[in-house]
Design a protein around this ligand. Structure first.
Ligand code: ATP
Ligand code: MG
Length: 451
């Protein structure tokens, strides 16, 4: 208790005593040099041969220590982007807010970042912020200690040097990881204000690494959650996509709800999770996604967002149908309304929005099981995704099990068996279809589904 108090007074979180990092040897950390990709090793060796410092940093060190396979390896160095570029023939500087260098070694691309400086009162260099305190620009080079201090969590501020096989640890990240704690570097409230996305990162990283969020970092989330509304939609979309495709989406979404982050902030989770049927459907979809990610199978963002938003579409579509509007045009109207609302918060890319619409637009077509129509549905380029979506609707109890079974049988049946499966045409169906053709074609222009 007293030790904890003293360490807090000494600013244990912000930097080690006198800013001196712990240097942890291989005997204690146990990382193997060969866990690092060849390209990354080469990049670091080359920078060091040229007289610069170079380390693997961030998520890769953290994941290796936690026994997970890193998604990618990022390198941090004291060389400027120009200096890095001069060390590698196959490299280029990528613009954006802060310049980084992409180094190509074989088929690998290694991201090399120059140590970033520290803003704020202590740094002297005040960062540009919006009126809520969100940092808009932070593009100053700095020392390794400053670079460590501007990272979000202690477990993300570890620097591994494969040459000496040591980990440089300014914020007790190795110990926190061992104790399964996700601890913010610095004052959590300030850090959330600087960048509200850190609240979502806290939830995602805790779920991914089975860490518990340190109470000091957890407590402010509930009251500060609304700050996420100021985050640019494209950034929010990227972060949501990361969260939902992390392989731990169920855990992440459950935790988002516990932290009160699903209300207001994410319209797509707002309504759905509060309806029994919607929740069942979304959770089933997320379970399927998690399973696929863990099996290393590809997942489609379009499919994922189509599932998350489906019950909002239903909520708009059903009253339209009940008021006598024709089914298909009113479905397209509901789809557009739902996607428009999302666009304000989450910048769903045009291509993904196209995929989402294709999947939704196929759903009523699964109801048609007579004549030539089922054959047409099979030919649709997005049939498989639409069919998987149909099965989720069945599984969640939204529609009759029999419809899903019919399509599964039809998909696998021989030509003769298919013909025998077709349901009889309803009397007058032809007439009805003719009457409805014009609005269907009009509505179809909004979708990327080929007619
Ligand atoms: P993963 O790659 O598994 O999604 P990550 O922690 O590597 O997780 P990245 O977005 O790749 O996440 O970021 C790399 C590193 O950059 C982080 O480990 C962290 O040190 C730093 N970082 C990323 N986002 C932030 C942020 N919003 N605030 C402060 N530091 C950040
Ligand atoms: Mg990463």
């Amino acid at each position: 208790m007293i030790r904890k108090f003293i360490s807090r007074v000494l600013g244990r979180n912000r930097a080690g005593k006198h800013g001196q990092p712990a240097v942890i040897g291989v005997a204690q950390h146990g990382l193997q040099r060969d866990d690092i990709s060849r390209g990354c090793q080469r990049t670091i060796e080359t920078l060091q041969e040229n007289g610069y410092q170079a380390y693997i940093v961030g998520g890769a060190v953290r994941d290796l220590l936690a026994g997970l396979t890193p998604k990618d390896f990022d390198v941090a160095t004291n060389a400027t982007p120009e200096q890095v570029r001069h060390c590698f023939r196959r490299s280029r500087i990528i613009g954006r807010r802060f310049q980084i260098v992409h180094v190509n070694i074989g088929a690998e691309t290694i991201e090399v970042t120059t140590f970033r400086g520290h803003h704020g009162e202590q740094g002297g260099n005040k960062a540009q912020t919006d009126e809520q305190g969100r940092v808009l620009r932070d593009n100053v080079f700095g020392s390794q200690a400053e670079d460590a201090a501007r990272r979000d969590f202690t477990v993300n501020a570890l620097y591994y040097d494969p040459t000496s096989e040591t980990i440089v640890d300014y914020h007790h990240g190795v110990a926190d990881l061992r104790q399964k704690t996700l601890r913010m570097i610095g004052d959590p409230k300030t850090r959330y204000r600087e960048d509200p996305v850190r609240m979502l990162r806290a939830v995602r990283l805790a779920a991914k690494l089975s860490l518990s969020i340190d109470p000091e970092a957890r407590r402010p989330i509930r009251e500060m959650g609304s700050l996420i509304e100021n985050v640019p939609p494209s950034r929010l979309f990227d972060e949501m996509l990361k969260l939902l495709t992390s392989g731990h989406a169920v855990r992440c979404v459950t935790q988002l709800r516990e932290e009160g982050l699903h209300h207001g902030l994410l319209p797509l989770l707002d309504v759905i999770l509060d309806q029994a049927l919607g929740e069942r459907f979304v959770m089933l979809a997320l379970e399927t996604t998690d399973r696929r990610v863990r099996e290393g199978r590809p997942i489609s963002p379009g499919f994922l967002f189509a599932t998350l938003l489906w019950h909002e579409v239903l909520a708009k579509w059903e009253p339209l149908k009940a008021s006598g509007e024709p089914a298909i045009p009113s479905l397209f109207q509901a789809m557009d309304e739902v996607l428009d609302v999302q666009a304000e918060k989450l910048a769903i890319t045009r291509r993904i929005a196209g995929d989402i619409k294709d999947i939704w637009a196929l759903q009523p077509r699964f109801e048609q099981r007579s004549g030539k129509r089922p054959y047409g549905v099979l030919q649709q380029p997005r049939f498989k995704a639409g069919y998987d979506f149909l099965l989720l609707r069945v599984e969640s109890g939204e529609i009759e099990r029999e419809v899903g079974e019919w399509w599964t049988d039809f998909l696998h049946a021989s030509d003769e068996a298919r013909a025998a499966m077709l349901l009889p045409q309803a009397p007058g169906a032809l007439k009805k279809r003719r009457r409805r053709r014009r609005p269907t074609a009009d509505a179809g222009q909004n979708s990327s589904l080929p007619e």
